[in-house]
Ligand binder design. Structure first.
Ligand SMILES: [Zn+2]
Ligand SMILES: [Zn+2]
Length: 78
């Protein structure tokens, strides 16, 4: 995993998300619909398609709690 998440992308995600987690996974169990915990500290840029690009259209801003439950990057295969 040599790909880096740029500071610019993080800033763009943060702006789009209005500073709130964009996770919509029902499997998280502790939020219904969208999670709205703040994106702060070590929040993550999570790719929707593992192996896809770190581009605004392929990522979600996730709070640490949600990201821990998200499928491991690179291991999701169909
Ligand atoms: Zn969240
Ligand atoms: Zn979540």
């Amino acid at each position: 995993m040599a790909e880096q998440v740029s500071a610019k992308l993080r800033a763009e995600v943060l702006e789009r998300a209005r500073g709130r987690c964009e996770c919509m996974m029902s499997t998280c169990g502790d939020h219904q619909g969208r999670c709205h915990r703040p994106l702060e500290g070590d929040w993550a840029v999570h790719r929707l398609r593992a192996g896809g690009p770190y581009a605004l259209s392929n990522v979600l801003g996730m709070c640490p709690a949600c990201h821990r439950k998200a499928p491991e990057l690179g291991s999701a295969r169909r």
